[in-house]
Design a protein around this ligand. Structure first.
Ligand code: 13P
Length: 256
């Protein structure tokens, strides 16, 4: 069991889903469904749904985040959104370096690091995603790949700001595939991430860091995954799009 002082964080990554009307309906259903949660509940919504989400979630226990940002404060970056803009909108969390962004939008370890720093140095929480592909796992390179991603993401991140950084271990082969990591696999890699953080910083910083698992987490497997010693929450894609499923995962995080 997870006996640490770390509060679990259950975050729903909606990805590119939900029109304005659909978003409002989902949030309306989520508010009563998760109101008694003991964990942190976060929804990571498309940029255009942020203002609705913030308004609707005001005074509730649901916190709102974005799925990406640019690392510059402002400038000639057509189509991008800066951290100050997100702060102005009321956002508290930003996903950085999701594998879909690394794969389809040219995100690199370097841009992930710059974005993570921009987010946490401005006082928001960054959820930094790392994870290996199936080929990398089968080649026995999981720790090598994940270790490199973690070190690159944390490059030049000061101990002063590291408390705002959450790492999400999302094996690429488990995302949207229905093929979840086994509890042993999830625990092994999350523990390895914590060790890596410990070697870079300190015992205390590693012990306090929230490390999530993501990849086909659902009401059927959440309790087992969330009970693992080094798994402090979940980053949930598909199952965050239905209020009942997301509530069931939030409830699973509340099980002691
Ligand atoms: P799924 O839960 O749909 O597998 O997505 C996981 C994910 O990528 C969350 O960021």
């Amino acid at each position: 069991m997870n006996g640490s002082k770390r509060k679990k964080v259950i975050a729903g990554n909606w990805k590119m889903n939900k029109t304005a009307a659909e978003a409002a309906m989902l949030i309306e259903n989520l508010i009563p469904a998760v109101k008694d949660a003991e964990c942190e509940v976060v929804i990571l919504v498309p940029f255009l749904n942020i203002s609705t989400a913030i308004k609707m979630c005001e005074g509730t226990n649901i916190r709102v985040g974005a799925q990406n940002c640019h690392f510059a404060e402002s400038g000639a970056f057509t189509g991008e959104i800066s951290v100050p803009m997100l702060i102005e909108a009321g956002v508290e969390f930003v996903v950085v370096g999701h594998s879909e962004r690394r794969q389809y939008f040219g995100e690199t370890d370097d841009s992930v690091n710059k974005k993570a720093k921009a987010v946490i140095e401005n006082g928001l929480y960054a959820i930094v995603c790392v994870g290996e592909s199936l080929e990398e796992r089968e080649a026995g390179d999981t720790e090598k790949v994940v270790g490199k991603q973690v070190k690159a993401a944390l490059f030049d991140v000061s101990s002063e700001h590291i408390g705002k950084l959450i790492i999400a271990y999302e094996p690429i082969w488990a995302i949207g595939t229905g093929r979840t990591a086994t509890p042993e696999q999830a625990q092994e890699v999350c523990k390895f991430i914590r060790e890596t953080v410990k070697n870079l910083y300190s015992d205390e910083i590693a012990e306090n860091m929230v490390i999530q698992y993501g990849g086909s987490m659902n009401p059927g497997n959440a309790e087992e995954l969330l009970a693992l010693e080094d798994v402090d929450g979940g980053l949930i894609g598909g199952a965050s799009l239905k209020a009942d499923d997301f509530k069931a995962i939030v409830d699973a995080a509340n099980v002691k």
